[in-house]
Structures are given as structure tokens and as C-alpha cells.
Design a binder for this molecule. Sequence first.
Ligand SMILES: C[S@@+](CC[C@H](N)C(=O)[O-])C[C@H]1O[C@@H](n2cnc3c(N)ncnc32)[C@H](O)[C@@H]1O
Length: 284
Amino acid sequence: MLLRQTTRALRAASQLRLSPIVRMQSNEATTHFGFKTVKEEEKEQLVGSVFRNVASKYDVMNDFMSAGVHRLWKDHLISVLNPSKETKLLDVAGGTGDIAFRFLDHCKKAYGADSEASVTVVDINPAMLEVGMQRSKAMGYSDSGKISFQEGNAENLSNIPDASVDAYTIAFGIRNCTHVDRVVAEAYRVLKPGGRFTVLEFGQVENPLVKGIYDIYSFQVIPKLGQVVAGDAESYQYLVESIRKFPPQPKFAQMIKDAGFTLVGKGWEDLTFGVAAIHTGFKL
Ligand SMILES: C[S@@+](CC[C@H](N)C(=O)[O-])C[C@H]1O[C@@H](n2cnc3c(N)ncnc32)[C@H](O)[C@@H]1O
């Protein structure tokens, strides 16, 4: 009798001890990679292989997929940013440099030779940076001292000192990161007081008619285009899935606010029915 009670008590105690640990491990260790659930430590590698595979076709594929509309969104981001002739910009997940070159072109046009504006492009993927550096050379920026490229993780910008940049941009990059909250916290850390955090990211479309068309286009057409243009349907399947997993605009705006940024108004502007959105926060 005593033996049976002791065994039962031991079993109950061991279950009590074990179950929270098991639960904690499964909660802590997984995240999403598109619609798949993967271990957190695997996501960075999986995202890495997506952008390694598409790097050389990345720019041309953006034009195909969006019929050039991504260019208008990026131009709009720069006009919203409205840089001064001294702005020091950090463009994170900067990839092949689309934002950085627009920023430099804008400052050259607005301020001419007086411009002291400069940009650092940070990206985790050397293949994307390599394409960016080739473009920089072709555009005549590589010896200007106005642009530099660094390999780095948006979640831990260890080479960027505290309060050292005037503006921080991240375009179509943050949804690929494993811990979005860490990215936002790092942005807050590296910005000077008064600095501006600007995120261009895909959003959630609310209009049911537009959403229906957009979903068909995303899931039926984009992966096929990826296959034809970049020889890679899977990476573009990830792209459309990852957009659906990113927090909707109000939730992401709240994350920016929670990190300490001040929002103006609701904190974001929808572009093309919310297919994309520009979020802004100020470090005041
Ligand atoms: C869709 S591309 C966007 C590139 C560029 N900003 C643009 O708008 O064309 C996403 C980029 O995010 C980069 N990336 C993904 N995870 C990252 C991370 N944790 N830290 C830094 N860059 C990351 C990828 O390597 C890729 O270059």
C-alpha cells in the first residue's frame, strides 16, 4: 500500500516537473518560415538560402512581380524620409542597395556637391551585398565615400554604436527576421535622439475584392513567375507565405510604439490598398 502510494506520488511529481519544461521547450524553440513551423535556429539559415538562391535575379524579379510598382513605393519612402544634406542613414536588410541608391540619388539631386549625406547598407547575406557592391561600382558611388556595405544581423547590429545614425530604414526585410521585436529594439538603440525609424513592408489588404485578386495573384502566379524568371518557385512561395505571417499594420505599429518610438497619427501609411505600408516612428 505504502509502496503504491509512494510510486504514484513520485510519478505525479515527475510529471509536474517535466511538463512545464517540455512545454517551454516547444514554445521557445519554434517560429514560422512561410506557413511552415521550424525551429527558431533554423529560420536564419532557411531565409539565407532563399536570398542566396535569388540574389542574381532579385532585382529583375521585383520588377516582374510588381510590374515596377515596388519602384514607386521605394521612391515614396525616400520622399517621406525627406533627408537633409547631412543625413546619416542606416539601411538594414538593404540587400542589393535599392533604398541606399535612391537615397544618394535624391541627396545628389537636392543638394548637389554640398551633400554630406551617407548611407551604410547592412545585410546578413553576402550574395545580396555582392550584387549591391557591383551596382554601386556601376553607378559611380563605390569610391565616393558616401556608401559602405556591411554584413550583419538586424537583430544584433554589433558594429553600429548607440545613438549614431539620423535615420534607419528597413525595406521588405523585417518580416524575414526571426525576432521582429529585437530588430525594432536595435533600431531604437542605434538612432540618435530625434532620429527616424522607417519600415517599408508588405501589409494586409482589407478590401475583400482587392484581397481576393491579390491572393490569387500571390499564390497562383508569383511562384510560377519565380520558376520562369529565377528558376526557383519555392523561394517565391516562401515570399508570399511570409507576407501573410507578418503582423497586420495596427499590430506592427503597436510593436514600434512598445519599443519606445513615438508615432505620428496611427503610425503608418498604406500603399496600393495596403499591399505595402510605410511605418514610421521617432526616437524622441
Ligand atoms: C526582400 S530583400 C529586401 C532588400 C532591399 N531592402 C530591397 O528593398 O530591395 C530582404 C533582405 O533581408 C535580408 N535579411 C534577412 N534576414 C536578415 C537579418 N536577420 N538581418 C539582416 N538582413 C536580413 C536578406 O538577406 C535580403 O537581402
